[in-house]
Design a protein around this ligand. Structure first.
Ligand code: SAM
Length: 297
């Protein structure tokens, strides 16, 4: 870790340090001591929206000057920031919320700094999909962050189709304007039994985290409040035959439907009767599915 805020000395000159500082995703108190200290001690803060960042800085008594770094000025701003870093100015990059570069500006600057040998230091903190994943009860050992799905329904379905067999937990960002349509497109592509976690307004007053089978997600949006705010959508990955304990997709589907209605024992016995597969295979898998459901939020 490099927590020395002073510019780095090279043979002939001092160069600055580029810090990537995560900021809160709602609750202004979700800001590490180190993040506050870093923003106090650098000479300049490059912010996605300087007015929004000023609210956070004022809340924490930080008076460091800011400049804009957003998607529309990124190329020009990157050149200028690199010149300033090379002249010895230490700079922190922040976005409107969460971790810079996660669907936020900063990649060209990080690349340019890396190319020029400028030291780059992460100051980690909040990230909306990581926060959602941590409470979701879905597998966290392997996941795929997919950012915002495409805006049109046909492109979205195409993207989802490409992900249909992916066994990893899938993480998406979505805006309130499109969340319902996006979930409808998920329903058109993925199996209805998959768990969907809708994480809304994380760390804010109206934080809501719902875990529901994808096929039943419409019931969530019957509440108009569930169409407001910022969203992370997490979808259970495809179940591989290995994970299904040798059951095929149809046998797994039957077991999941029965588990919605009956105990592990009855569901396994009925599934065995319906399919002719030995009860033990269903029983082991039913226990696993039940423990996953117990962890639902
Ligand atoms: N850099 C951010 C991060 O680290 O999570 C993401 C920035 S991206 C432009 C903004 C999107 O992140 C929102 O549209 C929403 O999908 C998600 N998001 C940000 N804050 C959130 C929150 N408090 N609750 C739920 N989703 C959030």
């Amino acid at each position: 870790m490099n927590d020395d805020e002073s510019p780095v000395t090279t043979k002939n000159q001092k160069i600055g340090v580029l810090y990537l500082v995560a900021t809160p995703i709602g609750n202004l108190e979700d800001f590490s001591f180190r993040a506050v200290e870093t923003l106090r001690r650098v000479q300049l803060i490059a912010a996605e929206d300087t007015r929004r960042t000023r609210v956070l800085l004022t809340h924490h008594g930080i008076a460091t000057p800011t400049v804009s770094l957003h998607e529309h000025n990124e190329t020009r701003a990157t050149d200028q920031l690199v010149l300033r870093l090379e002249a010895g100015t230490s700079i922190a990059v922040v976005s409107d919320a969460g971790t810079p570069l996660i669907n936020d500006p900063g990649l060209p600057l990080v690349r340019a700094a890396r190319h020029r040998g400028i030291p780059i230091v992460p100051v980690p903190g909040p990230c909306a999909f990581i926060a959602a994943l941590s409470v979701s009860g879905l597998p966290t050992d392997r996941f795929a962050y997919e950012g915002f799905p495409p805006r049109t329904s046909s492109a979205r379905r195409k993207r989802f189709e490409a992900l249909r067999d992916d066994p990893r937990t899938l993480a998406f960002y979505e805006s309130s304007h499109r969340v319902r349509e996006t979930v409808a497109d998920m329903q058109a592509v993925f199996e209805p039994e998959r768990a969907l976690v809708i994480a809304r307004e994380l760390t804010k007053l109206h934080e809501t985290i719902v875990s529901i089978p994808l096929g039943e997600a419409d019931t969530v949006f019957a509440d108009p409040n569930m169409l407001k705010g910022e969203f992370v959508l997490l979808l259970e990955g495809a179940t591989t035959t290995e994970q299904r304990d040798g059951l095929d997709a149809e046998q797994e589907r039957i077991l999941r439907v029965l588990l919605d209605e009956c105990s592990v024992k009855t569901a396994s016995a009925l599934a065995a009767k319906i399919t002719g597969v030995p009860r033990d295979a269903f029983y082991r898998r039913a226990l696993e599915l039940n423990s996953l459901r117990d962890s639902e939020v």
